[in-house]
Design a protein around this ligand. Structure first.
Ligand SMILES: Nc1ncnc2c1ncn2[C@@H]1O[C@H](COP(=O)(O)OP(=O)(O)OP(=O)(O)O)[C@@H](O)[C@H]1O
Ligand SMILES: [Mg+2]
Length: 261
């Protein structure tokens, strides 16, 4: 059986194809103002990457911010559920999921099957999200990759007290004017950002094992800062699983159950 999970996020679209409960292929692309087209395009790309061009999935589940806009989905499931189910698929020992996406951050406690036990969410502010880092990258005139490189070479973090992107931007400009090294500023931004994520995590309680999902989980500097802040090292994902696809993977897991029942 071929099943698909489609995650239409606020910033990026993701699709995962499962064949007999194994990841056969996936795709990640930008989210635009046309979610229905984004959904079709990312689905087609994932099928192609799975070597299944011109085939169709037997059951499709949509999730994410734009989940109701996946015209070919058989049903849609909440992001919280999908991040939980996707995480348990990767490793059933996971109990805490920290999803750092483009627009919101979620802290989710799950049971051994990935079902929701508790959650806390930050959905009305850029602090602690990918958007915060993107805004700061623009202020610094750097790409996210360049930020990562600067951060890796910094001896310590500059102190940045604002988690709000508007105020943090002023702090960054002041630090640049004071001649503070860019790497230290970036480290300071990562620390400010993870402070927000850690606060959300504490609201639901950090139980091991911990996974960080969402696009921002690709930043090892963010992961290191977060590990230091919560006192727990998140699990390392296998090389072939991108942390950004965990929501879509969870949607595919839900599709697999529905499709076979
Ligand atoms: N290497 C990287 N380092 C840091 N951030 C990254 C990296 N790659 C992607 N991102 C960020 O990840 C974010 C997108 O992640 P994701 O796809 O999980 O978000 P989303 O699901 O669209 O958002 P949401 O769940 O909030 O609706 C963007 O803000 C992007 O800048
Ligand atoms: Mg998301």
């Amino acid at each position: 059986m071929i099943v698909a999970g489609i995650d239409i996020g606020s910033t990026a679209c993701k699709a995962v194809i499962l064949v007999k409960d194994t990841i056969a292929g996936y795709a990640i692309g930008p989210a635009t103002t046309n979610p229905a087209k984004n959904a079709s395009d990312i689905y087609e790309q994932a099928l192609k990457n799975a070597g299944l061009s011109n085939k169709a999935a037997d059951y499709v589940v949509g999730t994410g911010y734009g989940r109701a806009k996946v015209p070919f989905a058989d049903e849609n499931v909440s992001e919280l559920t999908c991040h939980g189910r996707g995480s348990a698929f990767v490793n059933p020992a996971i109990r805490t999921v920290l999803d750092i996406g483009g627009q919101d951050t979620k802290s989710i406690r799950i049971d051994d099957e990935g079902f929701l036990v508790d959650y806390a969410m930050n959905d009305k502010c850029a602090a602690g999200t990918g958007r915060f880092l993107e805004a700061m990258a623009r202020t610094l005139g750097l790409t996210l990759t360049q930020m990562e490189e600067h951060s890796a070479n910094a001896s310590h973090a500059a102190v940045i007290t604002s988690m709000c992107s508007v105020f943090a931007e002023s702090e960054v400009i002041n630090l640049i004017n004071d001649g503070v090294e860019i790497g230290q500023i970036v480290r300071g931004l990562h620390e400010a950002m993870v402070g927000r994520v850690a606060a959300l995590a504490r609201r639901v309680g950090v139980e091991e094992q911990v996974i960080v999902t969402g696009g921002v989980a690709k930043s090892s500097s963010v992961l290191n800062a977060l590990a230091a802040k919560i006192g727990v090292t998140p699990i390392t994902l296998p090389k072939d699983i991108d942390p950004q696809i965990i929501g879509a993977l969870g949607a595919a897991v839900c599709a697999s159950e529905k499709g076979s029942s």
